[in-house]
Design a protein around this ligand. Structure first.
Ligand code: OGA
Ligand code: NI
Length: 325
């Protein structure tokens, strides 16, 4: 997957400049990819009432979301999504199939099997990518795998229908993925753009490649050495577009603390306070829609919460003193 010395240097530079690169020779079977797209099309072609059996509930990160009613007014993204959780933990080896069958019915078993296999492949590839990134960071190969043990990853199928007025909206507005690493496959239509060098640049679709975006949590894990990629998706008036996105996440309660080697470099101070993926995920689900400054907003929110807690403790201490007297 990774090239030689120069390849690694280029990759490290990409991670430090914009947090985006593409992976080829990844070993994912093109037939599996084709089947994943076929199932995606089959799902989105179903009547809305059927898709709504999997309706995403407020505050949850999985399920079906999409309705184009009022999108221009509400500035909601011009897309439908179907998201589901997955994990390489042995006890979760049937998680995706079970979810599809439980919420959509027995006739979705095949689709569940396809995405189960797809997620297994994505986890394998994402962990391989962490090995290469660990090397870029001067850590031992494999140094970051432990962080993702018992992962709490998410898979999302994006469907962007053609838009009658594409200039009025975006498929997905500018944002950083709050997650750790995103492996994205886009179809031949194209629409993904990344912000680099002060401009939005289109990522030309390559059927043999996965786009890797570094997300906020990975940036925090590297103490800010690697950059969380700012990206968006534009829509068009001609063709529907699909993308398959896999988001690698750590276990919900694992604290995001950079390896000591990354803290020691030039006495670099901690770029972010400790947090867990559960806390950050809840923030993005309940308080804040992901955008260009999610992690900063989260850190500010955490500090405010700490300040309030501190003030309350102060108050309690004062009360205790008053009571004693
Ligand atoms: C996302 C995303 C872009 C795309 O799902 O987080 O950035 O091209 N998608 O679909
Ligand atoms: Ni994204």
């Amino acid at each position: 997957m990774a090239g030689g010395g120069d390849g690694l240097r280029d990759l490290a530079a990409a991670c430090e400049r914009h947090g985006f690169f593409q992976v080829v020779n990844h070993g994912v079977d093109p037939k599996l990819l084709a089947e994943a797209y076929r199932c995606c099309d089959a799902f989105y072609a179903r009547p809305i009432d059927e898709k709504r059996r999997a309706q995403r509930r407020p505050g949850e990160n999985y399920g079906y979301a999409g309705s184009f009613v009022g999108r221009f007014n509400s500035r909601l993204p011009w897309k439908e999504t179907m998201s589901f959780n997955c994990s390489a933990a042995p006890e979760n080896s049937r998680m995706v199939v079970d979810y599809f069958v439980a919420v959509l019915g027995e006739e979705y078993r095949h689709m569940g099997e396809v995405y189960q296999k797809y997620c297994d492949e994505m986890t394998r590839l994402a962990l391989d990518v962490t090995d290469v990134l660990a090397t870029c960071l001067g850590l031992g190969r494999g140094a970051l795998r432990g962080f993702f043990e018992g992962d709490n990853s998410v898979m999302r199928l994006n469907n962007y229908p053609p838009c009658p007025q594409p200039h009025l909206t975006l498929g997905t507005g500018p944002h950083h993925d709050p997650t750790s690493l995103t492996l994205l496959h886009q179809d031949e239509v194209g629409g993904l753009q990344v912000f680099t060098g002060g401009a939005w640049r289109a990522v030309r679709p390559r059927s043999d490649a996965f786009v890797v975006n570094i997300g906020d949590t990975f940036a925090a894990l590297t103490n800010g050495r690697h950059i969380s990629c700012l990206h968006r998706a534009v829509v068009n008036g001609r063709a529907a577009r699909r993308s398959l996105t896999f988001f690698l996440n750590p276990q919900l309660d694992r604290p995001v603390v950079p390896p000591p080697e990354l803290l020691a470099v030039n006495g670099r101070p901690r770029a972010y306070p400790d947090f867990t993926w559960r806390e950050f995920l809840e923030f993005t689900q309940k308080q804040y829609r992901s955008d260009a400054s999610t992690l900063d907003a989260f850190v500010a929110w955490m500090r405010r919460a700490e300040a309030v807690e501190g003030a309350m403790e102060d108050g309690q201490n004062k009360n205790q003193v008053i009571c004693k007297n």
